[in-house]
Design a protein around this ligand. Structure first.
Ligand SMILES: [Zn+2]
Length: 88
């Protein structure tokens, strides 16, 4: 007698296949697949999301930036971004 009964459930999953920089239109390069991970890996890019209060806008917004456009954007900040070393 089985203690648990499992059912195979198939589901749909959205997989990102292409990312375009919203500012300049350049495509973010794909890193060649290094594993059996079905998700595509991309070179460095910035992804930003704004979650608006429903009553204020009724929708959320998001965008992607390539490294060049990200660097140009942060140069316009009045207060510099925090930078810290990664501990690998
Ligand atoms: Zn760009």
């Amino acid at each position: 007698m089985q203690k648990r009964n499992y059912e195979e459930v198939k589901h749909f999953e959205c997989v990102t296949k292409k990312i375009i920089c919203n500012k300049c239109g350049k495509e973010i390069p794909i890193i060649p697949n290094r594993s059996t991970n079905p998700h595509t890996e991309f070179e460095d890019y910035f992804h930003g999301e704004m979650r608006w209060d429903y009553c204020q806008k009724g929708y959320d917004e998001q965008f992607d930036l390539c490294p060049d456009c990200f660097n140009k954007l942060i140069e316009t900040f009045k207060i510099p971004v925090d930078r810290y070393l990664k501990h690998i």
